[in-house]
Design a protein around this ligand. Sequence first.
Ligand SMILES: [Zn+2]
Length: 379
Amino acid sequence: MRFSFIHGQETIRRRLIQTVKESRISHAQLFYGPEGSGKLAMAIAYAQYINCSGRTGEDSCGQCPSCLKYEKLIHPDLHFILPVAVTKKVTKNPVTREFLPEWRELLISRGCYVSLNDWYEKINIENKQAIINADDCNEIIRTLNYKAYEAEYKVMIIWMVEKLYHAAAPKILKILEEPPDKTLFILISASHDQIISTILSRTQPVKFFKAGDAAVREVLRSRVSSPEEELNAVVRQVDGNLNLAYGWSSDQQETDLFEKFAQWMRLCYQQKAAGLSEFIEALTVQGRERQKNFLQYALRFIRECLMLPYGDPALSRLSRAENDFARNFAPFIHPANGVLFADELNRAMFHIERNANPSLLFMDLSLTFGKLLKMKPGR
Ligand SMILES: [Zn+2]
């Protein structure tokens, strides 16, 4: 993966290249930000750049022996640690090593833009929760205590570090703080508020923005002296385009989520038992990660509806279809019930993670939402 294949994130790229030029690469960095912002792609491109023998001030060469191995993700000094679980293939004591062929395949097919859901689907973990387990923490220590095979830097990428099993975390604190010479840890996270604080405090954070947000900021910066109206027009224009290209409802998965959410809200409002049961049954066969994803989407949508009367509609992250629905739906969401919606959704996500019965949970939630939707704003 070369930098030139990454969309956006110019500022981060420039900053990372600078650390190499000035030989001040911090040994433990945390790349965090929303899914789709290119954290993993950037981590691999950075590692490849550091180890490239023909690099320029702009990018790695893509042709030296190190680059050739990096492009296939088979460099012996590039290591990954991933959330894993038992699967049909690995029926006990799962460790990252056993999943590397699938990991490489997925990364290469997606240009290193991979979400947790993509990964869970790829290894087919169904209803289970994947974690970064204690065996893999031991593996980190073992791997890094060997000398690098051929590269200047050994790189250890811990993907989705928020999935690190809490009881295993102390194992890696020491090596994270004082790694062997010429070792680079890159921790990647999509929910950095869930990372254990002892890990967090040992890393240097690098914040990624969703490509859209960064581009908007770029425009804002360059136009900061222009009159406010002109500024708004620019943002509106940029944002309108970005909604098509990058908005969180642009891809098929988001569209499916939206359609499902709209259907659910109608069913909740009508409280028709048969329709609800059928809807919930379809949802329960989908696996816990997808259910959580759906709840997260619902939470985001409720938030957008709460903001709708106050925000600049041009800055909304909603797609056209979502916007049409939100305009009719938003009057049913107000400060009085919005908080309750959010509480219920958060609670449901918490219980899904702890293996609650999804049919009961979604039925309960649907009945509560039916009542909340009919709540008057004044109360
Ligand atoms: Zn190279």
